[in-house]
Write a protein that binds this ligand. Structure first.
Ligand code: BG6
Length: 487
């Protein structure tokens, strides 16, 4: 199967914070991949902007290095890379002052698609938005892209939304949650809504429970200062995990249209029940000892008394007709056994077993792997082959997306590049609407406030483990078990 590339209209994309980590790791290499795929029209321009003084040539060198570092396998023959670099320009601006804005206004074209990527601290969103209009840089259809963290609680998210709304309409604001750009996450919608097979079973009558795991092996070293103020709840649950949960739990939108999809997701967030303290386990990783010692979370965060969680597991209930009685278990953490993200839909037992081999029986599980090895597996029971009576065994109906696409997986577009192209196309389906973000905080805030009021400390866990013991109990006490975390 050959993946199709749909060209986009010519654009001027301005990246504020162009010398920052996200631009270097994701945005700029991602744009190069889209260029290689033939999706970036030759008349398009990518304009880097930040406070540091640099000329166009300096920025091109910076981008060439980023591509070499983060896309080692991409085609980098001199000519292609050179042609890409010719699309790049750099104009320094002072986000809080006047410097550079008149130059930027003179440079950015007004008669092409305009996109402004705010890859900067949220405290600068308002200043930049105001200057884009004040200096006449942005045209009436300009799109702005903003990154998480989108606030740290409901009040700050509302304030950010209000600030952006002073300068841009909701239809111009693209709030990125890069999980929505992952191939498998979109496939979740395709599988649910383009097949008749699953929908009749997709409810509390047939689904015993759902598990969403996003496990990472990395710690927070290097970004401890940011992370210590957020923790797994703010960093992962309020956004990425919540989005996954919404896509699994939502009703069918009346069509695949930005507001239709986002309306359905919002209903799910509204239906989330408050979480009881006994349904949450927070953890914090210990130091690794032995031959290759590694620092503890508190050392990484440079905060010996930190009570921030680097792991969280929770049981979530959705109070609506479809899901009443089917728990959703969420789990995410740093320094766990493997980098593995999976959504598992665990189905109920058959109503009556006609076979004597009760032991061989396992429940059907639809497993959607986000990373690595993106794909889906449906486990089904069959007869164990050969003589020896009717014994049951479980086999996977396996669909790896990389194989299905006839590619080795490295050609599946990264989440960021896909989302940036959606911005240029003007398609907001995979971006969070302001009310969604606020509703997510409204659900998260009381949970965090509860920990703070009770002075709760996270439970320590060993690096390379599956998190604290108590997280296992969260399911054991319901007669269930977590799926293994493995690559
Ligand atoms: C980011 C979080 O949003 O997502 C990080 O801030 C986390 O803490 C990252 O590591 C995970 O993204 P991915 O795509 O590597 O699963």
């Amino acid at each position: 199967m050959v993946s199709r590339v749909i060209p986009v209209d010519p654009f001027d994309l301005v990246i504020f914070g162009a010398t920052g980590d996200l631009a270097r790791r994701k945005i700029l290499p991602g744009l190069y991949r889209r260029y290689l795929a033939g999706q970036v029209p030759e008349t398009s321009r990518i304009i880097g902007s930040a406070r540091s003084e640099m000329d166009h040539a300096g920025f091109r060198d910076f981008v060439a290095e980023a591509i070499a570092e983060f896309l080692p396998k991409a085609r980098q023959d001199g000519q292609t890379l050179q042609r890409f670099l010719e699309h790049l320009h750099y104009i320094p601006v002072d986000a809080r002052g006047d410097g550079g804005w008149a130059e930027l206004a003179g440079f950015v074209r007004r008669d092409v698609v305009q996109a402004f990527y705010f890859s900067v601290a949220p405290s600068l969103f308002g200043d930049i938005a105001e200057r884009l209009h004040g200096y006449g840089v942005a045209n009436a259809e300009a799109r702005i892209v903003v990154e998480k963290p989108f606030g740290r609680d409901l009040d700050s998210a509302k304030a950010l939304n209000a600030t952006l709304a002073l300068h841009f309409a909701e239809s111009q604001i693209y709030r990125i949650d890069h999980y929505l750009g992952k191939e498998t996450v979109q496939n979740l919608m395709a599988v649910r809504f383009a097949n008749i097979l699953f929908e009749p079973l997709w409810n509390a009558r047939h689904v015993d429970h759902v598990q969403i795991t996003v496990a990472e092996t990395v710690g927070v070293g290097g970004r401890g200062a940011y992370y210590d103020k957020s923790g797994a709840m703010r960093d992962m649950v309020q956004n990425h995990m919540m989005q996954l949960l919404c896509l699994i739990a939502m009703e069918a939108p009346y069509r695949f249209d930005p507001d239709a999809v986002r309306d359905e997701k919002l209903k799910v967030i509204h239906a989330l029940q408050p979480v009881r303290p006994e349904d949450i386990v927070r953890g914090q990783y210990r130091a690794r000892t032995g031959v290759t010692p590694e620092p503890s979370y508190a050392e990484d965060a440079e905060n010996p008394a930190s009570t921030t969680e680097s792991f969280i597991a929770m049981k979530v209930a959705i109070a609506n007709w479809r899901w009443k009685g089917t728990p959703f278990y969420l789990r995410t953490g740093k320094k766990l056994r493997a980098r593995a993200s999976e959504i598992a839909i665990v189905f109920k037992e058959v109503p009556h077993s006609i076979f004597e081999d009760e032991e061989g029986w396992r429940e059907n599980v639809l497993s959607i792997r986000l990373q690595p090895n993106e794909g889906m597996t449906l486990s089904v029971m069959i007869k164990e082959p050969g003589p020896g009576g009717m014994r049951l065994t479980e086999v996977p109906l396996d669909m790896s997306f990389a194989e299905a696409l006839g590619e080795d997986g490295t050609d599946i577009p990264d989440a960021y590049e896909r989302l940036i192209m959606d911005v240029i196309r003007g398609n907001q389906t995979l971006f969070m609407r302001g009310d969604e973000v606020e509703a997510a905080w409204a659900w998260t805030d009381p949970i965090i406030a509860g920990w703070e009021a009770r002075g709760e400390k996270p439970k320590p866990y060993d690096p390379g483990s599956s998190g604290p013991e108590d997280a296992l109990m969260l399911l054991h006490r319901d007669g269930r078990r977590w799926r293994e975390i493995r690559e």
